[in-house]
Ligand binder design. Structure first.
Ligand SMILES: [Fe+2]
Ligand SMILES: [Fe+2]
Length: 298
């Protein structure tokens, strides 16, 4: 009997590859974020963040602010959050782009990374549209200064645990904030609701892939190696948390707050903010802890 040729199948042979195939199918057809936001709903006199998500919320100094000033602060804090998103997405897109010129890795992974690239480009276009419409001169250079998070994101090998821990934290940490904002639809500007909703939907897939990658990699890493990498990864984690949750003085001044007050210090010592951030980072910390990497953010 003639031997049958192997079917021309690219059927996935591992759970990770099945997940990648599933995620790629869920990313198709691509829905353009830029076209899905109702920009007519953009209201510069509304809150852009629910008040409980503002860094000074709960402090007497916050209570003393007028409502228009609080709204301005919510707008500039959200814009700062968006700028941090642009920074992070630019790093991730750069790394995916660079990986394309390497000898090809697993095909399902390559295909899914291209879906991610397309989606991150869509988010960045959506963020830039918000900036173009409301604050085209917003300063953003401080995100691109060399710190450990930037060094790691640029130079850690694409396949390394360090890189994927950075990806997971970079996606999961802001995602919790997006979910909090989304729950308070009645309190915020409708276009902001659209922006965070669209982002959450795509990020759920990106996070599923990053979690799976981390679990695979960490399960193969000896405990001594995790202990060795912990201080560096923890520092990167703290820088992500800082970038997303603790605006610099410039943000407060753009919102018209007194330039003589040290607002970043007040935010950092604000018990309400600390509890809020605790809540937002809990899931990242739990995933890493379950895989043998014990981190903290303060
Ligand atoms: Fe994104
Ligand atoms: Fe993402």
């Amino acid at each position: 009997m003639n031997k049958q040729p192997a079917p021309p199948s690219s059927a996935p042979d591992t759970a990770s590859e099945r997940l990648l195939d599933q995620l790629s199918r869920n990313s198709t057809p691509h829905l353009d974020p830029l076209a899905r936001v109702n920009w007519e709903g953009l209201d510069q006199d509304a809150f852009w963040l629910p008040e409980a998500a503002i860094s000074l919320y709960g402090l007497p100094q916050y209570e003393n602010l007028t409502i228009p000033r609080r709204k301005a602060l919510s707008r500039f804090e959200f814009l700062n959050f968006i700028e941090a998103g642009l920074w992070l997405e630019s790093l991730f897109m750069k790394r995916i782009g660079r990986s394309l010129s390497q000898p090809r890795r697993r095909l399902p992974e390559l295909i899914y990374h291209l879906h991610e690239l397309r989606e991150e480009a869509g988010h960045s276009l959506m963020f830039l549209e918000l900036i173009r419409r409301t604050a085209p001169d917003l300063p953003n250079d401080h995100f691109y200064r060399w710190n450990l998070a930037n060094v790691m994101a640029h130079f850690a090998p694409f396949e390394s645990i360090a890189f994927w821990v950075a990806v997971l934290c970079g996606e999961e940490v802001p995602d919790r904030m997006n979910r909090f904002i989304r729950k308070h639809r009645q309190e915020i500007c409708p276009s902001v609701y659209d922006i965070v909703s669209i982002h959450i939907m795509d990020e759920a897939r990106h996070i599923a892939h990053a979690r799976d990658t981390i679990e695979q990699r960490l399960s193969l890493t000896p405990a001594w190696q995790k202990r060795l990498m912990r201080p560096v990864i923890n520092r990167v984690f703290r820088q992500f948390v800082d970038t997303f949750y603790f605006p610099t003085q410039a943000t407060y001044e753009l919102a018209g707050l007194d330039p003589d007050e040290d607002w970043p210090r007040l935010a950092r010592n604000n018990p309400h903010r600390i509890a809020f951030v605790d809540q937002c980072v809990a899931s990242s910390l739990r995933i890493l802890r379950d895989n043998g990497l014990q981190l903290d953010w303060r």
